[in-house]
Write a protein that binds this ligand. Structure first.
Ligand code: FES
Length: 136
């Protein structure tokens, strides 16, 4: 009988934890477990670059052939906002507007100097009518 009570108690407490998580997720509105809602899918067309700010961090979002890329939004060489740079849809790269270093969007690797450090990249997903990036 006491074992049975323990099992029920265990189930109850895990259920409470799940309910609490659900409440936290619902209340957070735009973010769920690190996924940040960037924008609506309609507001980012193929060939678009967009920058957005999240917790003092600038993030670059790009859309090419319906694939969404997310990287750090500031060049690793000096301070330049890559969302004001140039997207190359064939090469899947972004070019810094200041000194013209080119970065691959899939892994952030610089392709030419002066930038030497890669951009950090983030996973993305489309859910419902929203575009999300997994920002740690
Ligand atoms: S600031 Fe981007 S290449 Fe210099």
């Amino acid at each position: 009988m006491s074992i049975h009570k323990k099992i029920i108690s265990g189930r109850d407490s895990s259920k409470r934890i799940e309910e609490k998580r659900t409440i936290i997720d619902t209340n957070s509105g735009l973010s769920r477990m690190g996924w940040i809602r960037v924008c609506e899918t309609d507001s980012l067309s193929n060939g678009d670059l967009m920058g957005f700010d999240h917790k003092n961090k600038r993030i670059l979002i790009a859309r090419i052939e319906d694939k969404i890329y997310a990287t750090d939004g500031i060049c690793t060489h000096e301070y330049a906002d890559l969302s004001t740079g140039f997207l190359n849809e064939e090469e899947k790269t972004v070019t810094c507007p200041l000194h013209l270093s080119v970065f691959k969007l899939d892994d952030g690797a610089p392709q030419n100097p002066p930038a030497e450090m890669p951009l950090k990249t983030y996973n993305t997903k489309v859910e419902g009518n929203g575009i999300y990036a997994l920002i740690e």
